[in-house]
Design a protein around this ligand. Sequence first.
Ligand SMILES: [Zn+2]
Length: 265
Amino acid sequence: MRLIDIGVNLMSRQFEGDRADVLARAREAGVERMVVTGTDLRSSEAAAEVTGREGAEVELWSTAGVHPHHASDFDDATAARLRALHREDRVVAVGECGLDYNRNFSPREAQLSAFEAQLGLAAEAGLPVFLHQRDAHDEFLAVLRNAWPSLSRGAVVHCFTEGPEAAADYLELGCHLGITGWVCDERRGGDLRRAVAEIPADRLLLETDAPYLLPRSLDPKPASRRNEPMHLPEVLATVATLRGTSPEEVAKTAWDATHAVFGLP
Ligand SMILES: [Zn+2]
């Protein structure tokens, strides 16, 4: 069984001390490939550098973009440096980018303009977009729908946490959906757990979003509460149960769907 984690914040400071061990443990757990998430210029540039290294146990690609939390920092100079990253071979998506009205770490106007600018970069680069959305579904969908005709390579709604109705909106547009350990949380994940059974197999991708979102069902839980890509099988097992199929089947279809949307060899 081969696994690919489409959302790992590998350049996070939380992995600074033991990044090689994190990769080794992931490989041991069957995670052969990863798409490393860029959330600002620093992490996007660091991710692009790490993916280029030869001989790593886990094969890495990356995204380059600015998360809505950091949207206030997005300007023309940022766009220029992202554009250069988007031309690199192993940078396979623009993002993560989008809207987060849950925490509003950046003002909404700044979030909107950074989001629209990055959708433009994706159109220009001919790359898929890697999207983040929290508590902003309607406005986010309107912006995305507007840009959709120019997005020749489509989009991944990463860390999808909502219910069947929101899922249907994204699926109808043509998006892929990334499922994290949120699905392992019976308390908070009820809507998502209902949606997961209805997502077509060729649109469903798996991710940990490590070091965030430690699957609640893990037993025992690490004392650090830090999530790692080695916990992707926990997400896989939960998704398979909810879909009434085997982990092997979900792993296979998610692997194929991931390679298709990101254009991986
Ligand atoms: Zn995110």
